[in-house]
Design a protein around this ligand. Structure first.
Ligand code: SF4
Length: 237
């Protein structure tokens, strides 16, 4: 799997290859079981039930790093942050920031396009309880690392959604940029900012999960501030 990720010549090749990954037995079993049993509201739909590739422009200056696909969101629709409440919040914010052509993301063929932005997850398969294990994160890392490697020429800023994504970023520095990660690692927080030489700036943002958005821990205004900062750092108008 590591070798297959490293061999990917472009994003289309990478997206196709990751979609056929079976490296994590627990996650393969879960993603397929969810796709079989379905949620009642989506009973008539065909679930994707496979790893979910990144989404966005190949010349992105802004990367958005999430945790993993949602069982009935990305795992259903086949597109990251698509078809669930987290995506509703995220894409509404990207639309307000001028980084998405529409504020909604409901299906892989809904016409959504991004500008200067690519979204990817630290783990590409939906995990039970949204909680991948550290071993699953490490197993999946080569897909993330290759994706960042492919957009490295333009990538200037990465927004890490939540502490898991924030932690998943540090090995990218070593593997993709040949940069030693800072020690100790900077703590995750909403609005946290790490800046190093020869690597993208890193911004922390609370995850757009319902747990955060329904409770007001993460508000639309807070998201607007993060994406305004990301655009400024990336030189996006
Ligand atoms: S989580 Fe990543 S490494 Fe594991 S099966 Fe899915 S795509 Fe493969």
């Amino acid at each position: 799997m590591v070798a297959r990720a490293a061999r990917a010549t472009d994003l289309a090749d990478l997206d196709g290859a990751v979609s056929n990954c079976f490296a994590c037995p627990r996650l393969v079993s879960w993603r397929e079981e969810v796709a079989r049993t379905k949620r009642a509201a989506f009973r008539e739909q065909h679930y994707w039930g496979r790893p979910v590739p990144g989404f966005g422009t190949p010349d992105a200056r802004i990367g958005i790093l999430g945790l993993a696909p949602a069982a009935h969101g990305g795992n259903r629709t086949g597109r990251i942050f698509t078809g669930d409440r987290s995506g509703d919040v995220l894409f509404a914010a990207l639309h307000r920031a001028g980084l998405a052509n529409q504020p909604t993301s409901v299906a892989a063929d809904d016409g959504l396009t991004l500008r200067d932005t690519r979204i990817f997850a630290a783990v590409r398969c939906a995990p039970p309880d949204n909680k991948p294990t550290p071993a699953e994160r490490d197993t999946c890392a080569p897909w993330l690392h290759r994706e960042v490697g492919l957009i490295r020429p333009t990538l200037r800023v990465v927004v890490a959604l939540g502490a898991f994504a924030w932690a998943a970023w540090w090995p990218v520095l070593r593997d993709v940029y040949g940069v030693r990660p800072p020690s100790p690692r900077p703590a995750f927080g909403h609005g946290a900012h790490w800046s190093g030489t020869a690597a993208p700036e890193l911004l922390g943002c609370y995850h757009v999960s319902q747990q955060n958005t329904f409770t007001g821990r993460l508000t639309p205004l807070m998201l607007d501030d993060v994406f305004a900062r990301a655009k400024q750092l990336a030189g996006v108008d």
